[in-house]
Design a protein around this ligand. Structure first.
Ligand SMILES: Cc1ncc(COP(=O)(O)O)c(C=O)c1O
Length: 401
């Protein structure tokens, strides 16, 4: 459908037509008011009780008493940071958080950003520019893709999780310096990047490898240090890693961690660091508490991975087709936006919140339900979700209207 062209200057009609086009394609986003109502991912969704099976609170830390107490205590001294880090917004709690993140990741230095989106823009644009090349997995998170485009470098995507395709692009590029960027765990598919092979290809070409481990930190590896720990990769293999703090850490914000010189250059150059307000110090306090809990309660990691195994085993028995993901992200591909929306709504009617993920977040034809598991889910809720999925996916697809 092509919306009728409005009269020149009729911006209101122009915007309404554009939204109508999005709607007609089944791609309109609607927000729901979601509020936590209980410890086991119980939520109220526009007033309706449900279990949340699509958040990123993988370890169930967002409501943890140590985080909320640290947050409340620090917030008593002030709600906001009042300025950017390089003016007057850099608080001792930000400094303490960076030191803890550097130690926790085993790197020389860490720099905290106000969100993962800002971290990705800042890091890539600080390190690559005109004359350089940025090579990215084609299924990287949108913030990394945007960063590569914004950097002004030659930007290319390689086939998903394909180190040979990366090596071919690296050997063909005329750029003086190349930067390779990949998700550690792919956010909409849950699979892992083949980091050892990507690291080898990058090293052979003298390229800098950066891993965004937003969904790996806290969950993967023997001590929760993410995909790098899972694969046993050190700083020589992956010089820079980025983590977000709004997922397994249960808080908010992000960080980059690595060699002091590279982190200092990011601090000096990243516009998304310089030109934005620093995180509220209370958020840094909550994240420091999260780091304590992550190490003090390793059972949370084991628990969420047990639930992943339980979900996968029961889903297979019920005849559901899952992707090969070993992580708490368990997508169920349905194809069209309408099919994904209909399934999501039918699940909500049964008390389960599972968002429909549609283009442009995922490639056309791969709209899906993105089921995620958390250490705070109950066994019985996971079992009931599988039953509901089996029932719902047998339903005819609703006409989206
Ligand atoms: C892989 C990845 N990187 C970065 C981000 C952005 O992080 P934030 O939500 O903190 O902006 C996300 C998700 O939000 C993500 O999935």
């Amino acid at each position: 459908m092509t919306a009728p062209t409005p009269a020149p200057g009729d911006w209101r009609q122009w915007a309404a037509n554009a939204v109508a086009e999005i709607d007609a394609a089944g791609l309109r986003r609607r927000r729901r008011n979601v509020e936590s109502t209980g410890p086991a991912q119980q939520v109220s969704v526009d007033g309706r009780a449900a279990i949340n099976f699509c958040g990123n609170d993988y370890l169930g830390l967002a409501q943890h008493a140590r985080l909320t107490a640290a947050f409340a205590q620090a917030a008593a001294a002030g709600a906001g940071s009042g300025a950017s880090h390089l003016v007057t917004g850099h608080h001792p709690l930000h400094h303490a958080l960076e030191q803890r993140l550097a130690a926790w990741t085993g790197r020389e230095r860490a720099l905290a950003f106000s969100s993962g989106y800002l971290a990705n823009l800042g890091v890539v644009c600080a390190l690559a520019g005109r004359g350089d090349a940025v090579l990215e997995d084609r299924l990287n998170h949108a913030s990394l893709i945007d960063a590569g485009l914004l950097s002004g470098a030659r930007f290319a995507r390689y086939a998903h999780a394909d180190a040979a395709a990366l090596a071919a692009k690296l050997s063909a590029t005329p750029a003086r310096r190349s930067i390779v960027v990949t998700d550690g765990v792919f956010s909409m598919d849950g699979d892992l990047a083949p980091l050892p092979a990507l690291a080898a290809a990058s090293r052979n070409a003298g390229a800098l490898l950066i891993v965004d481990d937003a969904h790996g930190y806290g969950v993967l590896g023997a001590t929760g240090r993410g995909t790098l720990e899972h694969f046993g990769l050190d700083e020589a293999a992956v010089p820079l890693a980025i983590g977000t703090l709004g997922k397994a850490f249960g808080s908010y914000g992000a960080f980059v961690t690595g060699p002091a010189e590279l982190v200092e250059l990011v601090l000096q150059r990243a516009r998304s660091y310089r030109y934005t307000t620093a995180l509220p110090p209370a958020v840094a306090a909550a994240t420091i508490a999260a780091l304590d809990v992550l190490d003090a309660e390793p059972w949370r990691r084991a628990r969420v991975l047990d639930l992943v195994a339980r979900f996968r085993q029961r889903a297979a028995t019920a005849g559901l087709v899952l992707a090969g993901s070993p992580t708490p992200i368990q997508p169920i591909l349905l194809g069209t936006p309408d099919a994904a929306l209909a399934a999501s709504e039918a699940l909500l009617a049964r008390g389960f919140m599972v968002a429909a993920i549609r283009p442009p977040t995922v490639p056309a034809g791969t709209s899906r339900l993105r089921v995620t598991l958390s250490a705070s889910h109950e066994d019985r809720d996971v079992d009931a979700l599988v039953d509901a999925l089996a029932e719902v996916l047998a339903l005819p697809v609703r006409d989206a209207g």
